[in-house]
Ligand binder design. Sequence first.
Ligand code: CAA
Length: 381
Amino acid sequence: MDFAFTEEQRAIREAAREFARREIDPIVDEHDEAQRFPREVMSKAAELGFLGVIFPEEYGGAGLGYVEYVTVITELSKVDPSVGISVAAHNSLCTNHIFKYGDEPQRRRWVVPLARGEKIGAWALTEAGSGSDAAAARTRARKVEGGWVLDGAKTFITHGSVGDLCVVMAVSDPDGPRGHNMSAFVVEKGTPGYRSGKKENKLGIRASDTAEVILEECFVPDENLLGEPGEGFKQAMAVLDGGRISIAALGLGTALGAFETARAYARERQQFGRPIAEFQAIGFTLAEMSTRIAAAEALTFAAAAEMDRTGRVTLAASEAKLMTGEVAVFCAERGVQIHGGYGLVKDYRAEKFYRDVKICTIGEGTSEVQRLVIARQLLSA
Ligand code: CAA
């Protein structure tokens, strides 16, 4: 199916595909092995507007919508899910949070350099003790003269060590009602009391940077508070609605990458005197993968189109993320199976997709959390 409807959307897809082929593909394996964040790839992606896809041109962005954004993330993730998730977290979590809830000076100060890719953004909600139950976070923000003092630690933060700034959710009213007691702050690298902690040694998406963020008596001025005090959790939930569409695109790209690798291998690999693609077991597997990908693609682009149309996508985003995540895991596993013994070694990308894919059912809300969100949406309608 072709969901890039307009000529401009098709041109964006071609640009992203060519960029991934030329700039990412040659360095994928080396960066995966070394767990090295590809800063130079991010800089080149910025030149094409990929670090600010969904932000207006007046704020340094490309001025495009979620359909184009999904197209870009899908193409990048087809070649390297590590780059896909880095671009996704930068755009739709950090930058989008500041864009959505920041005032004009905050947008000028932070959205512009982020959208241009001059700065890399992180976004910190999760803590060691609060993953799916994000409202149980314990990082504190204490009001003082002229600002706030943050104390606590955030876990599994994309760009936690390489990020130039981070949007941090912290409990600013410990006696306030759950879900209404947090505020969101921008904390810049170099702020005394702000540092990165342990960098995670991950199963997959190893070139993406995932680290702890530590806040110790970290003072930020009032100008760094985003929106109203107490609104941080609700802001985070709304930001995640858009983020989940980008993780659906990550899953879609990973599934497509695994599928294309497996199809190419099935055509070339000879057993019993013919290409294994000619055996029905393999052909049917490819058919199953392709059909599930088509369904995942339809939901992902439907969510993106709904976001562009209405700006509200809680149900559609969770459905798209749930579907693509599960489809991607299926496709990556089948991809390895089609490769047989070669699926277990690094000569082919099947092995890497199999490791990378698991983030799709976990990051930005597990599949279980997506089912919870979907059920609540259905039952509150
Ligand atoms: N938009 C706006 N507001 C929302 C909202 C949304 N989508 N979802 C909830 N809210 C509001 C609610 O309306 C409620 O406000 P009111 O009382 O005024 O109605 C308030 O927020 C609290 O909501 P809930 O009662 O639904 O909160 P909950 O504690 O039951 O939690 C949850 C709901 C869905 C489980 C939520 O905690 C959640 O999404 N958990 C998963 C967290 C997550 O996705 N973490 C990923 C971190 S990022 C990441 O992984 C980075 C990476 O790079 C991979």
